[in-house]
Design a protein around this ligand. Structure first.
Ligand SMILES: C[S@@+](CC[C@H](N)C(=O)[O-])C[C@H]1O[C@@H](n2cnc3c(N)ncnc32)[C@H](O)[C@@H]1O
Length: 291
């Protein structure tokens, strides 16, 4: 079964019944009831009325779900109801376990350009290799059908990418008593085998902030906010909680000298495994120099 997920979709529209996917999931904080009543009884389009993060949490509980196509073209960042970009590291890392290894992404880089994050979004640098697909490629899917905003009538509206997962794990020669590794991929893919997940939840600069991203993550029992914490503090907290496998995501602005120095001589009480996870290729450069 193939599934398309459209985050911050806006209203249901009958054209979504014709998309070349078996199942189409629309997620929005609010659907207009008058538009939903047009939905045919055997509709393949499912609506989840929730914030995107909350909807992903719901979807992750479903056995065997895999998203083959992820769509986000305009989440109303300029006063249209959106208070954070869907293509944010925290959201992409969180959704990663339910994305297919070979994934199609439909977006509009120009829209994100106006939000000053166009270049970052265009890199699609979140643990996948990416390739842009043009309209003459059979894998292309027309982004214009996903929006009623902006210049969607322009022939060059939107962008389509094909992504392939690039997850890789390497051992780090840092400490003989703790198995230390680095993974290019999301920490959320190992949620089941970790005892504690250290996530850098810094203060967000989304002023409208109706939805508290930090609160969402802090409510997840295994999550520990490592923002502004030293490696000594993090290790002490982990030991206090008898953590055996600790996962950490980037938090030191690319300077991990102190982290390496501490780990080299660290004698653990409970800790057996330490894994660093990163999405962007350039994160944790200092660790890769050890490999
Ligand atoms: C300007 S409208 C655009 C709708 C649609 N993407 C389009 O281009 O036609 C933005 C929509 O995104 C929804 N939205 C923004 N951020 C969201 C989030 N984090 N979770 C769920 N819905 C969100 C808003 O409720 C609003 O309906």
């Amino acid at each position: 079964m193939s599934t398309l997920l459209y985050l911050a979709s806006g209203e249901y529209r009958p054209i979504y019944e014709d998309l070349p996917f078996d199942h189409v999931i629309l997620v929005d904080r609010k659907f207009n009831i008058n538009r939903i009543i047009n939905r045919p009884p055997n509709s393949k389009v499912e609506l989840i009325e929730a914030d995107a993060l909350q909807a992903i949490k719901i979807l992750k509980r479903r056995q065997g779900i895999k998203i083959d196509c992820l769509v986000s073209v305009n989440e109303g960042l300029f006063g249209g109801g959106g208070d954070y970009p869907i293509f944010s590291d925290f959201l992409l890392g969180y959704i990663s376990p339910i994305l297919a290894d070979n994934l199609k992404v439909v977006t509009d880089i120009q829209y994100y350009g106006a939000a000053q994050i166009g270049k970052k979004v265009a890199k699609m640098d979140w643990g996948f290799s990416s390739q842009r697909v043009d309209s003459d490629n059979p894998l292309f899917i027309d982004p214009r059908q996903f929006t009623v905003y902006g210049n969607q009538t322009g022939a060059d509206y939107g962008d389509v990418f094909i992504l392939n997962r690039e997850r890789e794990r390497k051992l780090l020669p840092l400490n003989d008593t703790i198995e230390t590794a680095i993974v290019h991929g999301s920490i959320w893919e190992d949620e089941q085998e970790l005892d504690m997940m250290g996530i850098n939840l810094r203060e967000r600069d989304y002023p409208r902030g109706r939805y508290s991203i930090n609160t969402f993550f802090e409510r997840i029992p295994m999550v520990y906010n490592i923002h502004n914490r030293s490696i000594e503090e993090i290790l002490a907290y982990a030991e206090e909680n008898k953590v055996q496998h600790l996962g950490l995501t980037p938090w030191m602005n690319n300077d991990y000298q102190q982290v390496m120095d501490v780990l080299r001589t660290y004698a653990p009480n409970h800790l057996k495994k330490l894994t660093f996870y990163h999405l962007r290729r350039n994160d944790f450069n200092m660790f890769y120099r050890l490999v």
